[in-house]
Design a protein around this ligand. Structure first.
Ligand code: ADP
Ligand code: MG
Length: 678
């Protein structure tokens, strides 16, 4: 499809063009690929007695009486009425929309769509979307929006764009044989149906096709990255010295740790650089695995860089490595933002001369003007993937080092192979012996007071606790809720203790200050959104409370739980939820019974489908638009199979029928900040 500028599309003027750009829509193709995040589905309304508070739902009901107007304060009016279906009812509130309120006729039936809330034991809905029951648009798209652009306007613009798009009439991006083999509908049909499905069946086949297309593109990209000529490494490491390092450790390695070390050593002996992901649950001992490899590099006279996402984590690793390497006379230094300019200069000088063998720090160590004597190994810890961009930063310095990525997020193997398909994968699936189990309980909100008392008892012993509140989005409303919660705890329940608040809108420096105050015990109780730094060790923190636990995926809960039990004290995880859903109860129950992250991830996959794993929380991979909606593994498996078949026949995607796929791969990978395909 040609890149038709937005201004040629009916309904788009200068002002709307700017608004669309805010949504990342820059041309016709972006516009037709801007998929709804949900649908107003009036085909299957929920009976009122089945409505669940705090969820978004559609129901059909009659207006009990003509909405009654109340003036709350100047300029603020609210209309109220009761919506009735048989014997059950919901309170309706309409703020500041006389037109809408007055259009509702007593006794008439409508569809109502919106978030259901509970107020003094009564179901309530506020400013819902209201549709007549004889509507011809039985399923309406809901788009992610920006201020100034309503869903109605965006729908219109997209409808106009679709007409243009139809006229373009390109060959399907998925080659015909693949499309037929997997019974995928045509691209044109899918794109039209995803915006304006005529029935839920159309929507299903459109979704499946688009999810397939996206996963196919992702996997082709990953495989191309992997097979791309990596070039030779400048540093082949000839001799394996890991044994003498391992013998020096005060404990025995687990079998899984030993296997991980062996695969890394095996990699760095080759001519092509190592590109490996080591995945292991919190506490599985990834650091010594990295250390064994760094040690071997150092003994071969090769420098290593160890990168962590934050200053605190870098410092922790620095301390560990210094302790491990001191007896061997291997020099380790720390380079972070808080090092003074004068010291920085000295450290860099020693790196350049080769005097320093191991440097620990944040990404800054490779992105700014640092020069190395013989940098041959780069290790990144926790979450940060070493993107292609950073790799080319190194290549600019004339080096093509071995890279090792360490991740503490257990992911089912099938999914890992897709998300990290460009890396070789090692899983550390075994914890060192004698690890304490974190006692985990799922309770409802009636336990809150008891939980506060339980926390206090532990704070009085000099220990620490976390309370995590979920934010649906980090918007201001939710943020206020977290702030107010922290304030209420401080004033009412924890007067004599110091409470801290941590959230995603804070600057990195502010976050680090709070984290280090917490680590030092100046803050006893940390109220946080889910931004608690992964990997920060605070051995005194022994209680993790999660509010609205039903809103989290199991893997995420498992990550949060990993913040406690890092010392010698008995630790607890308390999941609070008032959920009525049997599925959610079953999920929380798994948390109470299992502490194995990989088992939990498998269960998560089984209960919530693979979509969650493609969601935004996976950092470092290209942002996917629609794969998050996938509920079954079949599409995942089939797209994998198809990507293999395509590359087998056309390893570089040079054939005519694959050119559009090639272009899509390039686009997917350049949109992502961290990686570009070249
Ligand atoms: P993570 O995989 O979460 O990064 P760490 O590397 O921080 O885990 O290890 C957690 C703790 O376990 C450290 O104190 C480390 O010294 C210790 N440890 C690592 N491997 C073993 C082992 N095989 N036996 C006993 N303790 C170990
Ligand atoms: Mg770690």
């Amino acid at each position: 499809m040609r890149d038709i500028p937005l201004k040629y599309i009916k309904g788009v003027g200068e002002k709307r063009e700017l608004l669309l750009k805010k949504l990342g829509i820059n041309n016709l193709s972006d516009l037709v690929h801007y998929f709804p995040r949900a649908y107003l589905d009036f085909t299957d309304p929920t009976p009122i007695n089945k409505l669940i508070p705090e969820t978004t739902a559609c129901f059909r009901a009659a207006v009990g009486y003509t909405p009654v107007k109340n003036e709350i304060r100047r300029g603020m009016t609210i209309y109220k009425t009761l919506l009735i279906d048989g014997e059950y009812s919901v309170h309706l509130n309409i703020f500041n929309s006389a037109y809408l309120a007055e259009s509702l006729a007593e006794g008439e039936e409508y569809f109502f769509y919106g978030k259901i809330t509970l107020n003094k034991g009564m179901l309530e809905i506020t400013n819902p979307i209201i549709e007549k029951t004889d509507t011809e648009y039985i399923m309406q798209p809901i788009y992610p929006l920006t201020a100034g652009l309503s869903s109605k306007i965006l729908s219109k613009i997209i409808a106009n764009a679709l007409q243009y798009y139809e006229r373009e009439n390109d060959a399907d991006i998925i080659p015909d044989d693949i499309r037929r083999k997997y019974s995928l509908c045509h691209e044109q049909f899918a794109v039209k149906a995803i915006h304006n499905p005529l029935c839920s069946y159309d929507l299903e086949i459109a979704k499946r096709r688009l999810i397939f297309e996206e996963l196919l593109t992702l996997q082709l990209g990953m495989k191309l990255l992997k097979s791309r000529n990596r070039g030779r490494t400048s540093f082949i490491i000839e001799n394996d010295f890991s044994k003498e390092f391992i013998t020096s450790l005060p404990f025995e390695l687990t079998g899984a740790q030993q296997r991980a070390i062996d695969s890394c050593i095996n990699d760095i002996k080759k001519e092509t650089p190592m590109n490996r992901l080591v995945q292991g649950d919190v506490g599985s001992g990834k650091t010594v695995v990295a250390a064994a490899v760094i040690y071997t590099a150092a003994k071969n006279n090769i420098q290593s860089a160890f990168m962590a996402p934050t200053d605190i984590l870098a410092r922790q690793h620095f301390e560990t490595l210094t302790r491990l390497f001191e007896p061997f006379g291997i020099s380790v230094e720390l380079l972070t933002g808080s090092v003074t300019a004068k010291k920085k200069k000295e450290i860099k000088e020693r790196l350049r001369s080769g005097e320093t063998q191991v440097i620990v720090g944040t990404h800054a160590i490779i992105t700014d003007d640092t020069e190395f004597d013989r940098l041959g190994l780069v290790i990144t810890d926790e979450q940060h993937r070493f993107g292609v961009k950073q790799r080319s930063a190194l290549n600019g310095k004339g080096i093509n080092p071995h890279t090792l990525v360490m991740s503490a997020t257990p992911i089912p193997r099938t999914i890992s192979l897709i998300l990290y398909g460009d890396l070789d994968l090692t899983v550390i699936d075994e914890l060192p012996k004698g690890r304490q189990k974190i006692s985990t309980y799922a309770v409802d909100t009636s336990y809150r007071e008891r939980i506060y008392a339980f926390i206090k008892k532990h704070l009085d012993m000099g220990l620490r606790a976390y309370i995590v509140c979920p934010l649906v989005e980090e918007n201001d409303g939710d943020l206020t809720a977290a702030k107010q919660y922290a304030e209420k705890l401080q004033k009412k329940h924890f007067k004599d203790y110091k409470i801290g608040l941590l959230h995603g809108k804070m600057k990195p420096k502010e976050k680090e200050k709070i984290m280090s105050d917490f680590a030092q015990g100046e803050i006893n109780l940390l109220v946080s959104t889910t931004v608690i730094e992964v990997g920060v060790d605070v051995p005194e923190s022994v209680i993790m409370v999660v509010e609205n636990a039903e809103r989290f995926g199991l893997s995420q809960l498992h990550q949060l739980r990993g913040r406690v039990g890092r010392g010698t004290h008995k630790s607890y995880c308390i999941l609070i939820s008032d959920t009525e859903s049997e599925n959610t109860k079953a999920r929380l129950d798994i948390m109470c019974k299992t502490s194995d992250g990989f088992k939990i991830a498998d269960k998560d996959l089984e209960l919530r489908g693979p979509g969650d794993f493609f969601g935004s929380r996976q950092s470092g991979i290209p942002t996917l638009k629609i794969a998050e909606l996938t509920e079954n593994m079949d599409t995942v498996r089939e797209s994998k199979e198809a990507s293999e078949a395509i590359l087998k026949a056309d390893p570089k995607l040079r054939n005519e029928e694959n050119l559009r796929l090639r272009k899509a791969v390039a686009q997917l990978f350049t949109k992502d900040k961290g990686s570009t395909l070249n």
